[in-house]
Design a binder for this molecule. Sequence first.
Ligand code: PXP
Length: 242
Amino acid sequence: MIRLHVNVDHIATLRNARGTSYPDPVFAAQLCEQAGADGITCHLREDRRHIRDDDVDRLRAAVATRLNLEMAATAEMCAIAERVRPDVITLVPERREERTTEGGLDVIGARATIEPIARMCARVGIELSLFIAPDPKQVDASHAVGAGQVELHTGEYCHLMGEPRDVEFERLRAAARHATALGLDVAAGHGLTRHNVIAVAAIREVAEVNIGHALIADAALVGLERAVGGFRAALERGLRRR
Ligand code: PXP
């Protein structure tokens, strides 16, 4: 079993491109759930370039599976999460000028800003996930700060070719194993497509994938139901390789 979480940010990107009320990320989330997604992810960025505050509120009310709110480790976002109560929050590094989340969180360096958020999560019953590079030191730090899950950044693996890609894949596999040994749940995400997700799903310890851009791109051409189904089929292929 591997959980498929769909990130609906780019439905909001399309909506915001024309300042319309459609397409609605909340309706998209419901269609993804109907098509078999195990959870819905959205990223409320500091600049609100795609998902907006009221989307998060409406997603909270509508999502019947699991709502994962990706956010920067700031006091503003911490207050929003405490009010909205997603099932899980994923802390990500965020820079205004980046096109998408570019690196993993430096949990060691950012410990002082993560700890109050970890305490809030524990107090109100939100699960905490940290988006990190597949680096054993970051896995250790995530465990030490009280996260229940790490989401391993697959962006490097997705962009590399040839031998460097194999090396990066082994880093992912080792980090997943290490995290599981510490009792952490392991997710993976960023840059995943129907093709490259198969090998990631074949890593025994990976319990969840978070997929946005490639799935929404598929949906633009074939519809959300078929897009979710296509990714589910790819995950099944990976599971058979375990
Ligand atoms: N996981 C995290 C933590 C992310 O920040 C993103 C991008 O928003 C994703 C997964 C999804 O990446 P992609 O859109 O490349 O599938």
